[in-house]
Ligand binder design. Structure first.
Ligand code: NOJ
Ligand code: NOJ
Ligand code: CA
Ligand code: CA
Length: 713
C-alpha cells in the first residue's frame, strides 16, 4: 500500500514536471504562492538601475544618463526587463534565489539636483512624485507585471521597496529647487512643499537625529516629509499600496520606518493584512553595537519585521573588520533570539546600498564567503545584495551601487550560495529552527539549528592561518557519518562521525574552514513552524505553516478559542489557512490540533486587533510634569492598553508638532468606535492619573483624526 502511494505521488510529480509546474509548489510552506512566510527563501536585493539594461528605449536622455555608469549619481539604464532577463536565463535560480527585492518602482522626479557640484538623479527610486505610477526608466506597468509573471514562473517572489516617508528633496524657501517635493495622485497634482495649503507635508525643518520624535516629524535630510496624520495622505497611501498589491507583489520593504509614526505604520499594516497580506519588513538603521529597545518594540508590535541591522553590523565586525570575535557573534544570536518575538522573520544581510560593500579591495575572499555562509544558515530571512556573489567592492554611496560587473556562475561565492540557499527549503531546521551554540572560542563558532528532529550544523574558523582542534563537541545530529555539504567547494571543511549521545569525533577544523552537516527527518506530529501575518483583526485570514498537520481538517486554537469547519479555509499537511475568530483583542498563542487529536506546541504572540484601524492623534494640553516624570496614555480599548497603569502607551512626545506642556501621540485605534481615555503621569514614583471623568472621542470610519483635551488635575 505504502509503495503504491509513493508510486502515485511520483507519477503526479512527473505529470507536474511535464506541464512545467515545479514540484516545489506542492509543498505550501515553501511554495512561491506563499506570500506570508519567507523563512524558506533567500532574497536578492537589486538596485534596479544597476543590474542590467534590458531595454535601451526607456533610458533617460541627456544629462540624466551615464551610458557607461561612470557617473554613479545618474541613471545607468537598468530596468525591469533586465531583471526579467536574468530570471529567465537562470542566473538567479542557479544561485538558489527565491525572492528579489527591487528599488521603489513608483514614478520619481526627473529633475537633476546639483549637490556639491555633482548632478544627482532619482536612479535609486527614493525620490517619489507619484506613488501610483511607474518609474518610466524602469518600465511600464506591463513591464512590471511581465517581471512578476516571469519571476513567479521560476518560483521567485517579488518584493518592492516602498518609501512613504517623503516625496523628494525640497527647500522650504525656494520653490524652484528640484521639483519642490510635489506629490501627484495618478497624474493629479496634490501639493508642493512651499505651497501646501492642505498641509500634506511637515514644515519643521531637518532632523538632527537627536530623538525618535525629532526623526519622525522633521525632514530626513532635505526630503519633503509627509504628514501621515493628514487624512488625504493616509487614504492616498492605502490606495497606492493597493495598486501594487493588486499587481501581484509578494512583499514590501518599507523605507525609513524609524522616521514615520509607529501608530500610522501599524494602521497601514492592519490595512495590508486585511487586504492582501504580504511579508513586510522595515528599514530601521542601527550602527555597530547599537541595541535599541524601540527597534525591538517596532519589530514586535508594528505588524512588520525589520531588516536585522544588529545581525548585519555584528557579522561585519566579526568577519570583515575584525573589531569583534566569534563570542560576540554568538552573543548577538542569543540576545536577538529574545529581543525579537519572531527572530526567524527578521531580514538578515551583510551589506546593502547604504553601507560599504562587504568585500574590501585586496581582502581575502574567504571573509565574505564565511559571512555569507553564516547568514544563509542562521535564523532570519537572508538578503544578498546584488554583486556580492561577484565580490564587487565600493566603500559607500554611490560606489556601493556600481553597475553589475559580471554574471559569472563560477565564483566560489555564487557556488556557495547555490549550495546553501536550497537547504532553506529542504531542511526545516535552517528555515525554522532554534539556534544552539555547540563550540565557541574567539575564532571558531560551531552552531546548530534544530526543528523537530531535523538538524543543521555549521562550523566556521575565521582564523585564515591557523587550524583549531575540536574536542568535546556534541550535537543533536543522530549517530552516523556526515559529509560536509560544502565539500568540493574549496572551503576546507571536513566530514564528521557522530557517536552515541551526540559525541562528535575529535577533528581539526582547518584554517578558514566552513563546514556544514545536516539531517532531516519527517515530522508526523503537528508542529508549527511559522504563522503569518502575526497581527490581524477578526475575519482576516492567516497562514499557519509547519509539519505533520495531516491531510484532514482538524482544529486551530487562538488561545482557548477553537476554530473548526468553515473557519478553516484550507488544511494541508504543511499549511493551514484560518480565519481569525471574533474574540477579545489581545495577544494569544496559536496552536493546532490534528484530526487525529494530537496538539502542537504553542506559537506565541499572535496579536488580535479590535477591528479595522485608523490613526488618531491624542493631544493633551497643560500637562505639567516634574523632572523625571512623563505623560502616558491609556483607555478602554486593547489598542490603548485596556486601562493599564502598568503598561500604558508612551511616553508621549512634546517637542516638535506640539511643545511641552502639550504632549501628543499618533495611535492606531479601532475605526468608528467610541473611545474613553485618560492620560497619566509616570515616573520612578507612583503613577498619577488624570482626575475627573474619562475623555471620550469617536474615531472616524477611515482617514485620520486629532483629539485635543486639557489635562484634568
Ligand atoms: C533609506 C534608504 O535605504 C536610503 O538609500 C534612502 O536614501 C533613504 N532611506 C531615504 O529614502
Ligand atoms: C482608572 C482611572 O483612574 C479611571 O479614571 C478610569 O475611569 C478607570 N481606570 C477605567 O476603568
Ligand atoms: Ca533601460
Ligand atoms: Ca517623517
Amino acid at each position: 500500500m505504502k509503495t503504491r502511494k509513493r508510486f502515485f505521488l511520483s507519477l503526479i510529480s512527473l505529470v507536474m514536471l511535464a506541464f512545467g509546474v515545479s514540484p516545489a509548489r506542492a509543498t505550501s510552506d515553501t511554495g512561491v504562492a506563499n506570500k506570508q512566510n519567507f523563512n524558506t527563501d533567500v532574497i536578492y536585493q537589486i538596485v534596479t538601475d544597476r543590474l542590467l539594461d534590458g531595454n535601451a528605449v526607456n533610458n533617460p536622455a541627456g544629462a540624466s544618463f551615464s551610458a557607461d555608469c561612470s557617473q554613479r549619481k545618474l541613471y545607468c539604464g537598468g530596468d525591469w526587463k533586465g531583471i526579467q532577463n536574468k530570471i529567465e536565463d537562470g542566473y538567479l535560480t542557479g544561485m538558489g534565489i527565491t525572492a528579489i527585492w527591487i528599488s521603489q518602482p513608483v514614478e520619481n522626479i526627473t529633475a537633476l539636483i546639483n549637490y556639491s557640484g555633482v548632478d544627482n538623479t532619482a536612479y535609486h527610486g527614493y525620490w517619489a512624485r507619484d506613488f501610483k505610477k511607474t518609474n518610466a526608466a524602469f518600465g511600464s506597468f506591463t513591464d512590471f507585471t511581465n517581471l512578476i509573471a516571469a519571476a513567479h514562473l521560476k518560483n521567485i517572489k517579488v518584493i518592492i521597496d516602498f518609501a512613504p516617508n517623503h516625496t523628494s528633496p525640497a527647500s522650504q524657501t525656494d520653490a524652484t529647487f528640484a521639483e519642490n517635493g510635489k506629490l501627484y495622485d495618478n497624474g493629479t497634482y496634490l501639493s508642493s512643499y512651499t505651497t501646501d495649503p492642505g498641509v500634506f507635508f511637515h514644515h519643521n525643518g531637518g532632523t538632527d537625529f537627536s530623538t525618535l520624535e525629532n526623526g519622525i516629524y522633521k525632514n530626513l535630510f532635505d526630503l519633503a516629509d509627509l504628514d501621515h496624520n493628514n487624512a488625504t495622505v493616509d487614504t492616498y497611501f492605502k490606495s497606492a499600496i493597493k495598486t501594487w498589491l493588486d499587481l501581484g507583489i509578494d512583499g514590501i520593504r518599507w523605507d525609513a520606518v524609524k522616521h514615520m509614526p509607529f501608530g500610522w505604520q501599524k494602521n497601514m499594516m492592519a490595512y495590508v493584512n486585511g487586504y492582501k497580506p504580504v511579508f513586510s519588513f522595515g528599514e530601521w538603521f542601527l550602527s555597530p553595537n547599537e541595541v535599541d529597545p524601540a527597534n525591538h518594540y517596532f519589530a514586535n508590535k508594528s505588524g512588520m519585521s525589520l531588516l536585522d541591522f544588529e545581525f548585519a553590523q555584528k557579522v561585519r565586525q566579526v568577519f570583515k573588520d575584525g573589531s569583534d570575535d566569534m563570542t560576540g557573534l554568538n552573543t548577538m544570536i542569543t540576545d536577538t533570539a529574545s529581543q525579537y518575538a519572531q527572530v526567524n522573520d527578521q531580514v538578515t544581510f551583510i551589506d546593502n546600498h547604504d553601507m560599504a560593500r562587504f568585500q574590501v579591495a585586496g581582502a581575502n575572499n574567504r571573509k565574505l564567503e564565511q559571512a555569507l555562509a553564516f547568514t544563509l544558515l542562521s535564523r532570519g530571512v537572508p538578503a544578498i545584495y546584488y554583486g556580492t556573489e561577484q565580490y564587487m567592492t565600493g566603500t559607500g554611496d554611490p560606489d556601493n551601487r556600481a553597475r553589475m560587473t559580471s554574471f559569472s556562475t563560477a565564483t566560489t561565492a555564487y557556488k556557495l550560495i547555490s549550495k546553501l540557499a536550497p537547504l532553506r527549503k529542504a531542511n526545516p531546521a535552517v528555515a525554522y529552527g532554534t539556534t544552539t551554540q555547540r563550540w565557541v572560542n574567539s575564532n571558531v563558532l560551531i552552531f546548530e539549528r534544530q526543528f523537530g528532529t531535523s538538524v543543521a550544523v555549521a562550523a566556521i574558523n575565521r582564523d585564515l592561518v591557523n587550524a583549531t582542534s575540536i574536542t568535546g563537541f556534541y550535537t543533536a545530529l543522530p549517530a552516523g557519518s556526515y559529509t560536509d555539504v560544502l565539500s568540493g567547494q574549496g572551503l576546507n571543511g571536513n566530514d564528521i562521525t557522530v557517536g552515541s549521545g551526540g559525541a562528535v569525533n575529535n577533528f581539526t577544523l582547518a584554517a578558514g574552514a566552513v563546514a556544514v552537516w545536516q539531517y532531516t527527518a519527517a515530522i508526523t506530529a503537528p508542529t508549527i513552524a511559522h504563522v503569518g501575518p502575526m497581527m490581524g483583526k477578526p475575519g482576516n485570514t492567516i497562514a499557519i505553516d509547519g509539519r505533520g498537520f495531516g491531510a484532514t481538517k482538524g482544529t486551530v486554537y487562538f488561545g482557548a478559542t477553537a476554530v473548526t469547519g468553515a473557519g478553516i479555509a484550507s488544511w494541508e499537511d504543511t499549511e493551514i489557512k484560518v480565519t481569525v475568530p471574533s474574540i477579545a483583542p489581545g495577544v494569544v498563542a496559536v496552536s493546532v490540533k490534528s484530526a487525529a487529536l494530537v496538539t502542537s506546541g504553542a506559537y506565541n504572540n499572535f496579536e488580535i486587533l479590535t477591528g479595522p484601524q485608523v490613526t488618531v492623534r491624542f493631544v493633551v494640553n497643560n500637562a505639567n510634569t516634574v523632572s523625571g516624570e512623563n505623560i502616558y496614555l491609556t483607555g478602554d480599548k486593547y489598542e490603548l492598553a485596556n486601562w493599564s497603569a502598568a503598561t500604558p502607551l508612551g511616553p508621549l512626545f512634546n517637542q516638535v508638532v506640539y511643545q511641552y506642556p502639550t504632549w501628543y501621540s499618533d495611535v492606531s485605534v479601532p475605526a468608528s468606535s467610541v473611545i474613553s481615555f485618560k492620560f497619566m503621569k509616570k515616573s520612578a514614583g507612583p503613577t498619577v492619573w488624570e482626575g475627573g471623568s474619562n475623555h471620550t472621542f469617536t474615531s472616524p470610519a477611515s482617514g485620520t483624526a486629532t483629539v485635543i483635551v486639557n489635562w484634568q488635575p
